[in-house]
Design a protein around this ligand. Structure first.
Ligand SMILES: O=C(CO)[C@@H](O)[C@H](O)COP(=O)(O)O
Length: 244
């Protein structure tokens, strides 16, 4: 079942250690088949070197395992909440990338300090409130998803325009149209966290790009697909390059 999606999710999971986004068995990637209402996620606690596409676990949108010989990622309830709440996403990533986790631990948003950030995230990347004792002691991973959804609702953020969030005192979750795009967004989030940290340390100031720069980059990417570099397979330039 869903063999093609299993391979796609396996490949996306294998990019996490290659991109330096995870250590040991931390983190996870999933991908969804919206037509079937099923998503595929890596198994829990399995070393990336030992993973195979056939190890991926198939889960329904109630979080119930429908196929798989192993237990799904411990974060499966979080992915379940996000797929139900964010209908346009096709893939989700959770990592423990270090600078992102530093911002999450300090309970700080990752500020939009430059165009690198603006190209992918239309706002500061929000950090959620840490989960309460009750939220941790019962349905922890489900509540982790709920606090992300609540943060976006409370702050009036568009999840499609800002495809990532820091869970306070935990770490980053990113999403995208595909598992691979969600991995891309996870790496960009970590790069942005690093740049924001250094820029803030260099200036000891609160830095934010102006809204008109965020608008320019967002609408250049999400507006007409006339051009947006290598990130947009629909762009003319991308097609032209493919023909060579
Ligand atoms: O955030 C956590 C633990 O804090 C998890 O994401 C682990 O880092 C990976 O768990 P599995 O996906 O292997 O269950």
């Amino acid at each position: 079942m869903l063999d093609k999606l299993k391979t796609e999710v396996y490949d996306a999971n294998m990019r996490l250690p290659k991109l330096g986004l995870v250590t040991f068995t931390w983190g996870n990637v999933s991908g969804i088949d919206r037509d079937k209402g099923l998503f595929v996620i890596k198994p829990s606690g399995v070393d990336y070197d030992d993973l195979k596409p056939s190890d991926m676990v198939v889960v329904d949108l109630n979080g119930k395992v429908v196929e798989g010989n192993m237990n799904p990622s411990s974060d499966t309830p979080t992915h379940t909440v996000l797929y139900n709440a964010f209908p346009k996403i096709g893939g989700i990533v959770h990592t423990h990338s270090e600078m992102a986790v530093a911002f999450a631990s300090a309970r700080l948003d990752i500020p939009a300090v430059n165009t690198t950030h603006a190209d992918t995230f239309y706002n500061d990347i929000p950090v959620t409130e840490p989960l309460t004792k009750a939220e941790i002691e019962d349905a922890y991973e489900e509540n982790t998803g709920k606090v992300i959804v609540k943060t976006f609702a409370d702050r009036g953020l568009d999840y499609d325009a800002t495809p990532g969030c820091l869970v306070g005192q935990h770490g980053p979750f990113t999403w995208g149209a595909t598992p691979d795009k969600a991995v891309y967004n996870a790496k960009v989030l970590e790069v942005c966290a690093n740049i924001a940290y250094h820029a803030t340390m260099l200036t000891h100031k609160d830095i934010h790009v102006p809204q008109y720069l965020l608008d320019k980059h967002y609408y250049r990417k999400h507006g007409a697909n006339a051009y947006y570099g290598q990130n947009n397979p629909d762009s003319k330039n991308h097609a032209a390059r493919e023909e060579k």
